[in-house]
Design a protein around this ligand. Sequence first.
Ligand SMILES: NC(=O)c1ccc[n+]([C@@H]2O[C@H](COP(=O)([O-])OP(=O)(O)OC[C@H]3O[C@@H](n4cnc5c(N)ncnc54)[C@H](O)[C@@H]3O)[C@@H](O)[C@H]2O)c1
Length: 397
Amino acid sequence: MQRIAMLGSGFIGRFYADSIQGYRSKDKIVSIYSRREESAKKFAEDYKVSHWTTDMETAIAHPEVDMVCISLPNNLHEAAVMLCCKHKKAVITTKPLGRNGEEAKRMLEAVEKAGIFNGYLEDLVYTPKFIKALESVKNGALGRILWAKSRETHPGPHSDWFWDIEQAGGGCILDLGCHCVEITRSYIGKDIKPVEVMCWADTQVKPIDAEDHAIGLVKYENGAIGQFEVSWTFRGGLDLRDEVMGSEGTIWINSFLRTGFDMFTTGKGADYVAEKAESNTGWLFPVGDELNELGYNHMFMDMFDAMEAGTAPKESFYDGYVVNCILDAAYRSAKSKLWEPVKLDIWRGREGVSKDSHLTEYDADHYLVKEEVTHYGAKKVIIKNKVTGKISEKTLE
Ligand SMILES: NC(=O)c1ccc[n+]([C@@H]2O[C@H](COP(=O)([O-])OP(=O)(O)OC[C@H]3O[C@@H](n4cnc5c(N)ncnc54)[C@H](O)[C@@H]3O)[C@@H](O)[C@H]2O)c1
């Protein structure tokens, strides 16, 4: 059983509370911290939390609390983590870990020095579709992973602080790119070093200092490429899609806008449809069980199971730190218009991995380029001579 202090009673704090208390009923939020008394009280009432406070440290230090869940704006993550270290409380924090790599590094070093359990709440690597897809990738169904793309776009966040670059630390690159980077990094292999990033970013629509639209490429040491597409200006709801391409296969995942659930309503008696849905009339695309589809249930299960087993969860502060460093390089590239190196002072994966051979043997003298069965029934092979480099084709019987 986990007894949790929830810091923050907003959008994600409530999603987390629904998941934590909705399924594994043994886990319980025992203290809620919110900035405003009325929000803390309302949360306490809604989730039957016995203790509420408007003082963060009081919630963290509460004697019944085993684990602290940080659901606060990005600029408050570090201070909350430091208080958890001070009181030696296990800590799990929402994404992004920090506003930048430096903040994330300080948090990582602090929790490790304090010797406390730390988990990074990247829910999108815990969705049922992602878990199944990653299993297929790990089992080799796609062969060598060449490219992994993740897209998260929506019409923009729901609270003022996201739009303020100082509090948020960035725009859609940081807010949404952190998900995409961890998804694609997982498909490519979390032990493979990200080496450099090329990114385009612009403020196309919103009256803000941060970027509201960006596309980035993350190059990995083994030659694989990750891609993120993020936007706060996309119209039509929450578009969450992944594509993975390997030498032997492909995966396409649509996690939110097209889940196979289409509904039409005239709007009479219309209701909540799904996160960031822009309409509740006409043809709609609801999501069956958002808590599950967005990965929250599997994520908390992993966090709590790991904490109880004394092991590390699948996503730790270290992963949050790597993601922040990749995004820092994206910001630098968006300015310099050049490939920018990923600066990782702490790297725990493999070193010096070279690009895998892309050559497929056909026979002693040739590499295979392609096999083809044509519409007129011929079976051909296209091959390349290993010595001369000459490309030729053979029609087989
Ligand atoms: N899928 C996800 O993992 C996901 C989704 C949304 C948000 N988030 C993350 O969750 C965190 C919170 O986002 P949210 O959407 O819940 O925001 P929100 O604005 O809905 O809620 C933030 C909470 O923090 C409190 N707060 C705001 N400013 C504060 C201040 N200056 N001092 C103390 N408390 C303050 C608010 O009162 C509220 O309780 C962010 O880091 C965000 O990136 C993660």
